[in-house]
Design a protein around this ligand. Structure first.
Ligand code: DC
Length: 218
């Protein structure tokens, strides 16, 4: 039986940073499910679907074959065989992903892929519905969050470090709006399941959060 660690939480809580560290420490595979929803969103954008065009998403998504492979320990997302890692972090794709991830047919396809992976391999998987839907029998379940102010400040610092221009208040407004969309959607909303351990990383270092999760595995 494979060992599965599920980490859910809102945008900007540090899930991917922490999940990667935990995976490296344990020698497990890190599965970034958000990247799969992003690859699907890229496909939809390329097919000319707009975010208002929700009726077409169910039909068009059937043409996307999404898979993942690992290169030097990094997850590579393949869209119909093409490595799309460098193309899925744009605002246009983020925006489409947040709409198209609400579609039931998109979710059925990607959840199946995620479950197949976790059945074969020891994984640390992060997303919004991992403990609630994808891996309800995960060995460890964590709900990782931080205040919206703190999450906005982290994004702001990241963007400033890259030399990008940005506005802290606007970032926080976007985060609050995305949280609302992720938590109130009909299909697999972001929830903290009762058995998940809540970790609020607002005043914790990356090392402290990683250690807290490793302690849950012992
Ligand atoms: O974590 P992220 O920002 O890369 O996720 C991209 C989008 O996909 C985001 O709008 C939430 C959605 N998502 C989801 O619905 N379910 C998941 N398991 C992971 C991400």
């Amino acid at each position: 039986m494979s060992y599965n660690i599920a980490i859910d939480g809102p945008a900007g809580a540090g899930k991917s940073t922490i999940a990667k560290k935990v995976a490296a420490k344990k020698g497990y595979i890190y599965v970034d499910t958000g990247a799969m929803y992003r690859a699907m969103a890229l496909y939809l954008v390329r097919q000319g679907v707009t975010r208002e065009d929700t009726d077409r998403i169910s039909e068009v998504c059937q043409g996307a074959d999404i898979s993942i492979k690992y290169e030097n320990g990094e997850q590579v997302v393949l869209l119909n065989g093409e490595n799309v890692n460098g193309l899925i972090r744009t605002p246009q794709v983020s925006d489409m992903a947040s709409v198209s991830s609400q579609n039931g047919d998109v979710r059925v396809k990607l959840v199946k892929l995620q479950q197949e992976l976790a059945a074969k391999e020891d994984v640390v998987m992060d997303g919004r519905d991992i403990a609630s839907k994808v891996l309800p029998d995960a060995d460890v379940k964590v709900y990782l969050t931080a205040s919206s102010t703190c999450r906005a400040k982290r994004r702001y610092d990241e963007m400033v470090a890259k030399g990008e221009e940005c506005d802290l208040d606007e970032i926080e407004r976007d985060i609050i709006e995305r949280d609302h969309r992720d938590m109130t959607r009909e299909n697999s909303p972001l929830v903290q399941v009762p058995e998940a351990t809540l970790i609020d990383s607002s005043n914790m270092t990356i090392e402290e959060v990683t250690e807290a999760i490793l302690a849950l595995c012992r």
